[in-house]
Design a protein around this ligand. Structure first.
Ligand SMILES: [Ca+2]
Ligand SMILES: [Ca+2]
Ligand SMILES: [Zn+2]
Length: 537
């Protein structure tokens, strides 16, 4: 097989932190000399690439610690390299502002949203499916490229933003949300932004039972070229579900703690809502949600619900400090559930809440067992990263729908563990490599964030961007990324036979590789904030 020779250099197109680890990649069998020069032609660094697996070579220029813009050359290939102490500040801000762009029910004025301004949308009440009455549930974020609002993924996105605030407040302090569209008193940026979703989530709880509606959507997706304010089909609340009630309970208990110092009124509403949701859980069976007849929007179905119960219970434990909750959590911690941060596999959120609960409330024995398993899980991810040419904790089979989230969740797991005194030696390298991959250091040379990099995503599956008359898509959106299962027509037609990491198409019809979602941006915010925080300290 002839080896594929690089036509370009693959690097982090947004930049490298001055004090951080710095690498680029090329396709080549043999080691190649490389050099970095200033725009004036002064040589500042020279080195040789090293093989990193497959037909890939990587060049390491970590030792270059002078901020600036450089020209990197490898033989005839060239790339512009940006080294800056706050290299990710703008992309972090844009990724946070994406949540404001997804706001429902309010107008986005031009002075905040620029050319992507639009009028208020989805302002009517929603009919409760199978009942006579309607409920007002305005606000919150459109989930993804569609206009639905779904409780389960909303809980993940909120949790990620709250965690980003708790872990990395310094990196987020510079972010400027769309202040004039927020009703809130001004709060730290991630909390101001997340508050919109929390206030909406509170409207999704049935006041009569404490159960939480699974989603509010139109019966089916509108056409891709529908502007938010033109999507006027009737809104329907799908039934209360176990998954929605449990993940709501967890996010509300988490919010009750985090907002206590900033917005005590909201915090106490969240605490009450979490208590009432938990009471509903105790009285109901774990039954998976299925789309009711006539509802064709995203199902967010999940058969395994013990991890949702773990997350809810450990969030209650941390919120209350009451050891009674630990006795509910501990048997669930011993189950063989996947410890992940997905919207369906949420056990790792529960694990982290347990580890951060007041130590007097938990068993020292269980805590040390949990730490042991967490370290073993991170070891396995670190081994994957070690054997991956781009240094990311991914195998071919992990490039599924939303693979960028899979990667970012894994990087996030390392940083979460680090913050509770389990610093894995690979944590920072994995986080940096994951950011490098997301921002252009991948075999397609694709920056997977709209509005950033030399090769940004131009045609995301995102209704507001597809329907407006602006060329550029809304900035700061993380797209799903390569999906080896080619689950839409155009991906199937154009990408068959591609390697997993290259099964991506920048086309608005490729919803299985190029959609956006609030819960894909949220782990990106966490990881990028984590990288910035370490370097700004
Ligand atoms: Ca689950
Ligand atoms: Ca457009
Ligand atoms: Zn809307």
């Amino acid at each position: 097989m002839p080896s594929r020779v690089s036509k370009s250099i693959f690097c982090n197109q947004v930049g490298y932190l001055t004090g951080g680890d710095k690498r680029f990649w090329i396709r080549a069998r043999e080691a190649q000399p490389f050099a970095l020069r200033t725009p004036e032609g002064q040589a500042v660094f020279a080195g040789m690439t090293k093989p990193v697996g497959g037909d890939w070579q990587a060049g390491n220029f970590t030792a270059l610690r002078v901020p600036g813009i450089y020209l990197l050359t490898v033989g005839p290939l060239e790339a512009r390299i940006h080294v800056h102490r706050r290299a990710y500040r703008d992309v972090l801000e844009a990724m946070v502002r994406f949540f404001d762009y997804q706001l429902c029910g309010v107008a986005l004025p031009e002075e905040e949203a620029g050319p992507w301004a639009h009028g208020p949308c989805h302002t009517s009440d929603a009919r409760v499916l199978g009942a006579e009455h309607a409920v007002a549930c305005p606000g919150g974020w459109h989930d993804a490229g569609d206009y639905g609002k779904y409780t389960v993924p909303a809980a993940k996105a909120v949790a990620d933003l709250l965690l980003a605030h708790e872990y990395f407040p310094g990196a987020l302090a510079h972010v400027r949300p769309m202040r004039s569209v927020h009703r809130a008193p001004h709060l730290p940026p991630a909390l101001e932004v997340a508050r919109e979703e929390i206030v909406w989530l509170l409207t999704m709880q049935d006041p009569a039972t404490g159960g939480v509606y699974h989603k509010v959507t139109t019966p089916s997706f509108p056409r891709l070229d529908t502007r938010p304010e033109d999507d006027t089909a009737p809104l329907v609340l799908s039934p209360v579900s176990y998954a929605a009630t449990a993940t709501f309970c967890a996010a509300m208990a988490h919010a009750a703690l985090v907002y206590r110092a900033h917005d005590p009124t909201l915090a106490s509403r969240c605490a009450d809502a979490a208590q009432r949701a938990y009471a509903w859980l105790s009285e109901h069976e774990m039954r998976p949600f299925r789309n009711p007849a006539g509802i064709l929007t995203g199902e967010y179905g999940d058969r395994e619900l013990r991890d949702e119960l773990l997350w809810a219970s450990s969030a209650m434990l941390r919120m209350t400090g009451d050891p009674g909750w630990a006795r509910v959590c501990e048997p669930l911690l011993d189950l063989d559930l996947p410890w992940e941060l997905g919207w369906a596999d949420v056990a790792l959120y529960g694990v982290m809440e347990y580890l951060r609960a007041p130590s007097a409330a938990v068993s020292e024995d269980v805590r040390s067992r949990v730490k042991g398993r967490l370290l073993r899980e991170l070891d396995a991810l670190a081994a994957m990263a070690e054997s991956h040419p781009f240094g990311i904790p991914m195998r071919d089979e992990d490039f599924i729908w939303g693979s960028n989230m899979v990667l970012l969740n894994r990087a996030m797991a390392f940083l979460l563990a680090e913050g509770v005194g389990i610093p894995h030696p690979a944590a920072r390298t994995v986080a940096q490599r994951s950011a490098d991959y997301l921002l252009g250091a991948n075999p397609l040379g694709q920056c997977y964030v709209t509005g950033f990099g030399q090769r940004p995503v131009r045609h995301p599956h995102h209704r507001p961007s597809a329907a407006d008359d602006v060329d550029d898509p809304v900035p700061g959106m993380v797209v799903g990324g390569p999906n080896r299962n080619l689950q839409d027509e155009i991906a199937h037609a154009r990408l068959s036979g591609r390697p997993a990491m290259e099964a991506y198409l920048d086309h608005q019809d490729s919803y299985s590789t190029n959609e956006v979602a609030v819960y894909w941006n949220s782990p990106a915010v966490f990881v990028i904030a984590g990288l910035l925080e370490a370097r700004e300290r």
